[in-house]
Design a protein around this ligand. Sequence first.
Ligand code: 13P
Length: 252
Amino acid sequence: MDMKKLIVGNWKMHGSLASNQALLTELLVGLPQPLSTDVALCASAPYLAQLQTLLQGSPLAWGAQDVSAHGQGAYTGETSAAMLRDFACRYAIVGHSERRQYHAETDELVAAKAQRALGAGITPIVCVGETLAQREAGQTEAVVKRQLAAVIHTLGHCSGEIVVAYEPVWAIGTGRTATPEQAQAVHAVLRAQLHAATAHGERNRILYGGSMNAANAADLLAQPDVDGGLVGSASLQAAEFLKLIASCPAVA
Ligand code: 13P
């Protein structure tokens, strides 16, 4: 069983051909050797070809930030899972809170996207997380369980093949990280839910996301149910991201 931590950089809508190349070059030069952590980068769709060219044969994997819930057809602006497969994406983020919030993505749509990704041999990184208002109303557990339940319902016994990312919305881009205890408490809930859905003893990786950086990653990743991180702004600076990777405990 692969128990390495997984660190995923979510570049969001940042980057350019030139800045991506500079960032990737610095990362490839600075990565610890051997790399005891799995690392992936998720870029906007136009840059997947660049990632494929520059990262093929390297220890870094890459992926997309979204995928269509449809197989193919008249869906202007969408990118299918098969297209992502053409660019050798290993991962596709689905259900990021920015998609749920700005694009009105429902739990059912997110589940359909996860299913499309898996069908193309791509590991979906399913994001769940509560807003500040929901946390303050004591709804955290109910919200993340509802979000994950929709995916489990759709995927059934394949649920063991997904990565889950717990991203409290109030911690994203705010500098306000969940404490290791807060993260662990929610991860334990998600772990139990996944365990009940996957009878084969698989251990899904559950990532934490939300203002993770080189200074706070080690404490978060030391929690028993925190299997990695989904990192936004700290993944855009090579030195910071390399420090974060170096701070990972080698094995969960
Ligand atoms: P930040 O690390 O910038 O808070 O973003 C987290 C995130 O949304 C990763 O998907």
